[in-house]
Design a binder for this molecule. Sequence first.
Ligand code: CUA
Length: 320
Amino acid sequence: MSPSTLLATQPSFWMPVQASQNAAATDTLFHFIFYVSAFFFALIMVLMIWFVVRYRRRRPDELGTGPHHNTALEVLWSAVPIGLVIAMFVIGFKDYMRMVGPQNEPNAYEIGVLGVKWKWTFTYPNGYVDDALHVPVDTPMQLTLTSDDVIHSLYIPAFRTKMDAVPGRYTKMFFRATEPGEYTIFCAEYCGTSHSNMLTRVVVHRPGEYEKWLEQASNFLDRMSPAEAGAKLFTQRGCGTCHSVDGKPGTGPTLKGVFGHDVALTTGAKTLADENYLRESILNPQAKVVAGFEPVMPTFQGRLKDREITAIIEYLKTVQ
Ligand code: CUA
């Protein structure tokens, strides 16, 4: 079954599917503003072209004396636009307050969001971290966002919701997903080279399925071999956005064939890439920087558990 057949609402010509509680109101306001703007654009263009022709330059004896003043017309063209922009403000403010107001969702289910160049990670209440957002349907959700480096922006078009992830502070996003399915998440704030690849998805689970997914996803370290779990962590936690495993250099050195070999450092020294070196480079990346690369890797201190670091090292042993 394709995702679209699961959906009660279909995407329109202009808009993606409406998959959250505030999507319909947001679209209504958008269409109101859009069609008002389109109407006045057309009106002004037609009048402009007509006036250009009607009042084009002529010989002085052809010019009559035009009207100086028309009170009814001036009141009309002031009052109508004022009424329209006040309506836009009132509707928009009400929608916005409903969208951001935590007072409406005091028992929201909270998921942590971290933006880093160039990966989104989501921390679930039991401590599990995934690179996709999973939510139960029809449940008030609160995302608490932050960033490790620059400003990113979590944008879910199907939910008509977007919020900046700012380094050094927390921002919040509230929504309630209304349609089970999968939707794209973008980064909507230009954040460097791979900004446009900072994509992931939100999976909206049917009632009861979210809890099963979380339990299954959380115990991957018990289910998988360390090297398999390490491969999963390598992708999910964003190692692969900077380090290739096929020999190509990226923002960081490739990790293909690194384990068990000497690596040249910026200091001119060489060091053997063993378990301790890899562990140190994950927890304190600036301690020994590989020659030819900038010391730009963030620390994973506090973000990876010992068992997860061991799994990643086991995985790196396999990429030879
Ligand atoms: Cu992160 Cu753009």
